[in-house]
Design a protein around this ligand. Structure first.
Ligand code: EPU
Length: 449
């Protein structure tokens, strides 16, 4: 049995073309949970967070917070975090290098402590992922920021140790930069206006969490955020929104296996672009209640183009999964990735399964084929891993996917949820050939020892 969530030599075996049916319970949103956990640093009183998904990335963020002095107690999806005594202002490189989102602690740590030293996270499988928008925004708010030996050193000059409100225009509506700067501005002196802000639901969730702690933020969910700084924030009890990307991934599982499935809890409006494209691709979406929708598959998968864009455009985090669906469409389609410069690496793996896809720059041109055939494939990043599982569900025969450390970063109990729907999917330990535990299960059993 594999015992390390980091060096995972397990594989997923997926036997395709089994019809699915039933309902999927959607977990809390990974990208909300990660940044809300970072936002805890703004507060000097204990807070409770609910609906936190049990994911490797979430445990990495917890490790960063623990290293800074936050005391954490976890019971299932309910976490008590006590940030009263922050003892360190330097985040450990070993963790930041594995979890890019942990760089986002720079904003709240600087605002609360007057100093923050965070290693540059570096690039990752999907792109270089620079952080200059975060840095420039903090400088506009009066911080001294220097990059030395791979670490960003930020401090607030002067004796009052408060950032100053500023007018910030983001060259690009970066999710992370909007979140870093919004958090920093909650404790600044005066008003901060962030223009061309990201409008992703996870940014709005963070804003709502900050508001629950007493922050004054207007324009939530729009391109212009106005934050009136307050001297301190107070304790709160907050539930993370459901994961729209997990929900979208399961809807595609339904479409690709021509199966009726339903998902809840969700916020249907947050899935607007994904729903529109699934409808264009021939599926029917039925809103069963304000937080539950179902997908009824069409007879054929219609070829449909997508272009990834900042919210409310089609999410880059659903691009690979939608491409999996298009590989089995009845015509030719084009997928254009505009958010990340290197997020088409799954194409080579789809090709191993018999897909007909050509890449030209940031576009993939897909000629649908009548059938994919199961093959050994390698997950190249988190969403690619989900897309390969989907392709495996739609393919004839057995797909064996390696690189599961990517999958475990961001999908809570994916195999269990798919098995419940009727999928044939098993995790096998690469060394022993036996059925393996997921890294979530390993983490959970370590905690209970
Ligand atoms: N960018 C810059 N400079 C910056 C910041 C960003 O050039 O200072 C560029 C990036 O290189 C990228 C684009 O802007 O090309 C978008 O990046 P953004 O900052 O919006 O993304 P992020 O905050 O790093 C979050 C999610 C990603 C998701 C993107 C886009 C978290 C922890 N991550 O990343 O999630 O794809 O927003 O929606 O919130 C995933 O979950 O699989 C994932 C990658």
């Amino acid at each position: 049995m594999s015992n390390s969530p980091e060096a995972d030599n397990s594989v997923l075996e997926i036997w395709g073309q089994h019809p699915l049916a039933g309902h999927v319970s959607i977990s809390g949103a990974k990208n909300s949970a990660l940044v809300v956990m970072a936002g805890i640093l703004l507060c000097s009183q204990p807070c409770r967070l609910r609906n936190i998904p049990n994911l490797v990335d979430v445990h990495r963020m917890a490790a960063v917070l623990t290293a800074l002095g936050v005391k954490i107690k976890q019971e299932d999806d309910c976490w008590e975090l006590d940030p009263s005594d922050i003892s360190h202002t330097r985040a450990p490189y070993e963790i930041v290098s594995k979890l890019r989102a942990s760089f986002f602690v720079i904003g709240p740590l600087l605002a609360r402590m007057g100093v923050a030293r965070i290693p540059l996270p570096g690039g990752c499988a999907i792109g270089a992922r620079p952080v200059e928008l975060h840095v420039r925004g903090l400088q506009a708010m009066g911080a001294n920021v220097q990059i030395e030996h791979g670490t960003v050193h930020a401090c607030i000059p002067g004796i009052r140790k408060r950032l100053q409100g500023a007018n910030i225009y983001l060259d690009y509506p970066s999710v992370g930069a909007t979140e870093t700067l919004m958090m920093a501005a909650t404790l600044a002196e005066g008003d901060t206006v962030i223009d061309n802000a990201a409008q992703e639901p996870e940014v709005a969730d963070l804003a709502n969490f900050c508001r629950a702690m007493g922050a004054r933020i207007r324009g939530v969910g729009t391109k212009t955020l106005t934050i009136s700084g307050v001297p301190s924030l107070h304790s709160t009890d907050y539930a993370i929104v459901p994961d729209r990307i997990e929900a979208g991934t399961f809807l595609i599982a339904g479409a690709i296996t021509r199966s009726k499935i339903s998902v809840s809890p969700i916020v249907p409006e947050q899935l607007g672009a994904v729903i529109a494209k699934l409808q264009e691709a021939g599926s029917q979406i039925v809103v069963e209640s304000p937080n539950r929708i179902s997908l009824i598959p069409g007879d054929e998968i219609q070829a449909t183009d997508i272009q990834t864009l900042p919210y409310p455009g089609f999410p880059t985090d659903m691009q690979a999964q939608f491409m999996a669906l298009m590989t089995l469409s009845n015509g030719s389609s084009m997928v254009t990735e505009t958010v990340f410069e290197n997020r088409l690496r799954h194409v080579a793996e789809f090709s191993r399964m018999g897909a007909n896809v050509r890449v030209n720059g940031n576009c993939a041109i897909i000629q649908g084929v009548p059938m994919l055939s199961g093959a050994p494939v390698m997950a190249t990043d988190l969403r690619a891993s989900a897309a390969l599982v989907l392709a495996g569900l739609g393919a004839q025969g057995k797909t064996v996917m390696s690189g599961l450390q990517h999958l475990d970063r961001g999908y809570e109990q994916l195999e269990r949820k798919l098995t419940k729907l009727g999928a044939r999917i098993t995790r096998i330990d690469g060394t022993t050939g036996q059925v393996a535990e997921t890294s979530e299960e390993i983490t959970a059993s370590r905690r209970s020892r």
